[in-house]
Design a binder for this molecule. Structure first.
Ligand SMILES: [Mg+2]
Length: 233
C-alpha cells in the first residue's frame, strides 16, 4: 500500500519502460548471424544464456560497488566468450560494435509504457533514475521519445553512485526539492530499485511479473503489469 500523497515519481528505465531484455536478445541474434558466430560458438540459445548469466552477474557487482563501469564494459563480452572457449579481444570488440549497431535503434517497450507515461505526466513530476551506461541512455531517451515526459534524468554515471546506494536517491530528492515521502520509485530490480529506495525512505512500486514472494523488505506495492498503476496513482 502506498501511504503518502506523491509529487515526484522516479522511474527506472531498463526493463521497467524499455524492454531491454527483449531488445538485447533480438540484437544479439542479429549480431550472431551477421558475424557467423555459429562456426566458433554454441547455438544461439546457449550463447544467449551464457551471455545473459554473465551480464546479470556483472550488473549485480556494479550495483554492489565492487565492479567499475569501465571493467563492466571490458568484461561484458570477453568473459562470456572465454567461458565458451574463445579468447579474442579483437572479436570481442567487433561483437560489441555490431551488437550496439542493432541494439541502439530498437524501441521495444514494456507493455503499457507510453500509456503510463501519458497518464503519470499529467499528475506528477517525473524523473528517470537509472544505472544504465550514459551513452546508451541518452540514445534511448531520444529514440523512445521519452524526453518530453521527464523533468530530469538521473544517471549513476553522472551522480557517481549506482542504485541501491542511498546517495543517488538523496541526490534526486534534493535536486527536485522534495522530501522522501513525497516521492515514489517504480522499478523492476529488487535490489537496486526497491531496497535502494526503501533505504532512502522512499515508497516503492516493484514491477515483477511473478508477484511478491516474501522478499524483504516488502515493497510498498508489487505490480505484475504497468497498467495496474492507473487505478492506484
Ligand atoms: Mg531495470
Amino acid at each position: 500500500m502506498i501511504k503518502y500523497p506523491k509529487e515526484v515519481i522516479l522511474i527506472d528505465l531498463d526493463n521497467t519502460l524499455t524492454d531491454t531484455e527483449g531488445n538485447s536478445c533480438a540484437a544479439m541474434r542479429s549480431m550472431y548471424n551477421e558475424l557467423g558466430l555459429s562456426a566458433q560458438f554454441p547455438p544461439f540459445e546457449s550463447f544467449w544464456n551464457v551471455y545473459s548469466t554473465c551480464n546479470d552477474d556483472l550488473w549485480g557487482r556494479y550495483r554492489q560497488g565492487t565492479l567499475s563501469r569501465e571493467r563492466l564494459n571490458e568484461l561484458r563480452f570477453t568473459w562470456p566468450m572465454a567461458l565458451m572457449g574463445v579468447e579474442d579481444e579483437t572479436l570481442a570488440a567487433r561483437i560489441c560494435e555490431v551488437f550496439y549497431k542493432y541494439f541502439l535503434p530498437m524501441t521495444g517497450t514494456v507493455p503499457g509504457a507510453y500509456e503510463l507515461l501519458d497518464y503519470l505526466s499529467q499528475k506528477y513530476r517525473l524523473a528517470v533514475l537509472s544505472n544504465g551506461t550514459k551513452s546508451s541512455q541518452i540514445v534511448k531517451m531520444k529514440n523512445f521519445r521519452f524526453e518530453p515526459y521527464f523533468e530530469k534524468v538521473y544517471l549513476s554515471d553522472d551522480i557517481g553512485y549506482p542504485k541501491p546506494d542511498v546517495r543517488i536517491f538523496q541526490y534526486a530528492l534534493n535536486d527536485m526539492g522534495v522530501k522522501p515521502e513525497s516521492a515514489l520509485m517504480i522499478g523492476d530490480d529488487f535490489e537496486g530499485d526497491i531496497v535502494g529506495a526503501a533505504n532512502a525512505g522512499i515508497e516503492q512500486v516493484w514491477l515483477h511479473a511473478a508477484g511478491w514472494n516474501g522478499e524483504s523488505p516488502a515493497p510498498s506495492l508489487t505490480i505484475r503489469t504497468l497498467a495496474e498503476l492507473h487505478s492506484v496513482l
